[in-house]
Design a protein around this ligand. Structure first.
Ligand code: MN3
Length: 207
């Protein structure tokens, strides 16, 4: 099997009280696992894609056979989105970004408060399921905030995601029920800015 479920870099309860342990367990071990399993299943019919890593696969979505394209968008996107999501969160995290990610935020949005407002607007404005993203645009050399439905990856648009908030109900319903806004507000407390900065630096380096 070419694609595998990554181990969480912290315990299920590490993001308490902001994200509860049960949500983390179901989200990673059931939802993310299903995306990985279904991606591998879809790729069984396309052995020519077996050696592509997930980033290459999504960037090259246009060359995926039409018979499995939507499955790769949904499940490949789901796999990459969640792998990033676990990486950019962590215990004893949050606070104000520092260093090069802080500079990039300032350049693109003016200040951190404005970025937070945009991420929340996009997360609240995404009807149904999807993600609120901060991406690096290599054409402009700047960060951008945008929303995408379902598991559609910004990689398919030639953009590099550096931060994303999962606003599917499965990401927050056990603790926050219908209160998506409260979840997004609390989510900033678990952002691992060093990991987000690493994503930005890799994107700038063309990786
Ligand atoms: Mn999810």
């Amino acid at each position: 099997m070419p694609h595998t479920l990554p181990a969480l870099p912290y315990a299920f309860d590490a993001l308490e009280p902001h994200i509860d342990a049960k949500t983390m367990e179901i989200h990673s071990q059931k939802h993310h696992k299903a995306y990985v399993d279904n991606l591998n299943k879809a790729l069984e019919s396309a052995p020519e894609l077996a050696n592509q890593d997930i980033v290459t696969l999504l960037r090259g979505i246009g060359s995926v056979p039409s018979t499995i394209k939507q499955q790769v968008i949904n499940n490949g996107g789901g796999h990459h989105n969640h792998s990033l999501f676990w990486e950019i969160m962590g215990p004893k995290a949050g606070g104000e970004p520092t260093g090069q990610i802080a500079e990039a935020i300032k350049e693109a949005f003016g200040d951190f408060a404005t970025l937070k407002t945009k991420v929340k607007e996009n997360g609240m404005g995404q009807f149904g399921s999807g993600w609120s993203w901060v991406v690096f645009n290599s054409t402009t050399g700047k960060l951008e905030a945008l929303k995408k439905p379902n598991q559609d990856s910004p990689l398919m648009d030639g953009l590099v995601p550096v931060l994303g908030v999962d606003v599917w109900e499965h990401a927050y319903y056990l603790k926050y029920q219908n209160l998506r806004a409260n979840y997004i507000d609390a989510w900033w407390n678990v952002v691992n800015w060093k990991a987000v900065e690493a994503k930005l630096l890799a994107a700038k380096a063309g990786k």
